[in-house]
Design a binder for this molecule. Structure first.
Ligand code: ZN
Length: 182
């Protein structure tokens, strides 16, 4: 079942998620729901469970049409530096230039409960760092300096207002049309 993606301001995004103690049927269903939600989002490449309101350490991703999941992921090694315009399904429309390690080694469990390690670079490495931040209740805004955070939040609010106005416009227009006013 597809879920609504929680957005900035929802307290669930600020709350650290709990580790999964048992990769059981419930977790498999959660992963299925997360894949469906990710596909419905249209432009996302990864999703963390808190983004659909579930405080569990589960991440799914889909790079190259290959949906995968990891349970209790953590970055165990990182190296290099890479600047990238990062986006977030929970902060729709906003991209923030951010410096993070270029390569990471991620450790976690697969859906059979087996320990796995993934070496990731550039976009894939960025994705893991971003999603693991979600599991720790950390958003992109929290990674910025105070000044840049203020700017980014202002920009995001302005975009939200514009989107709301555009929505209001499209619902008003057909009505005006019917009344012969447009
Ligand atoms: Zn995000």
């Amino acid at each position: 079942m597809s879920h609504k993606i929680r957005t900035y301001g929802d307290p669930v995004l600020k709350t650290p998620a709990s580790p999964v103690s048992d990769v059981d049927g419930k977790i498999i269903r959660l992963v299925d729901d997360m894949f469906e939600t990710l596909i419905d989002s249209g432009n996302g490449i990864a999703l963390a469970a808190p983004q659909i309101g579930v405080q569990k350490q589960v991440v799914v991703w889909d790079l190259d049409e290959d949906p995968l999941a990891i349970i209790n992921p953590e970055v165990v090694e990182s190296d290099g530096e890479w600047v990238y315009d990062e986006g977030c399904l929970s902060i729709p429309g906003l991209y923030v230039e951010m410096l993070r390690p270029k390569q990471v080694l991620v450790r976690g469990l697969d859906l059979n409960g087996n320990l796995i390690e993934i070496e990731a670079d550039e976009l894939e490495a960025r994705m893991f760092q971003h999603e693991i931040d979600h599991l720790n209740g950390v958003l992109m805004f929290d990674r910025l300096t105070r000044e840049r955070r203020k700017e980014a939040i202002t920009e995001y609010r302005r975009m939200q207002e514009e989107a709301a106005q555009a929505d209001a416009q499209t619902t008003r227009e057909p009505l005006l049309g019917r009344l012969g006013l447009s």
